[in-house]
Ligand binder design. Structure first.
Ligand code: AMP
Ligand code: ZN
Length: 114
């Protein structure tokens, strides 16, 4: 936990956001400014700032985040039509929140990669 981190604050209930799913590894919210009909964020419970800050034991968390993303895609009905998973990593990617998160984006035809 980091006291000034938006996602840690959401996890603690200090910033209001509907938590759609949670387990021992991660939780899921809707992105506040969705880029497509479905835009969810899979966020690890642990405050991992970037991929480079991961401890070896954290690899299981990444695996669970992708498993959650896959389940969410099925639950939201975008699994068959396809979707995009994005992790922004560091300055050049435009990463805005320094708490690792996986974007799950779909529900409509998406544009090019960048
Ligand atoms: P990134 O550029 O990968 O760091 O993306 C951070 C994402 O978090 C952006 O898509 C924001 O719209 C989203 N975001 C920021 N604050 C909130 C919030 N309070 N609730 C939900 N999503 C948020
Ligand atoms: Zn955090």
């Amino acid at each position: 936990m980091k006291t000034d981190c938006i996602f840690c604050k959401i996890k603690k209930g200090e910033i209001k956001s509907e938590i759609l799913y949670s387990d021992q590894y991660c939780f899921v919210i809707k992105d506040i400014s969705p880029r497509a009909q479905v835009h969810l964020l899979v966020i690890p419970n642990k405050h991992i700032e970037e991929l480079v800050n991961m401890d070896k034991g954290d690899q299981v968390i990444i695996g669970e985040m992708f498993a959650s993303a896959q389940r969410l895609a099925t639950d939201t009905g975008i699994s068959d039509s396809g979707y995009r998973l994005i992790i922004n990593q560091g300055e050049h990617s435009g990463q805005m929140v320094d708490h690792l998160h996986l974007h799950v984006i779909g529900g409509e035809q998406l544009g090019g990669m960048v």
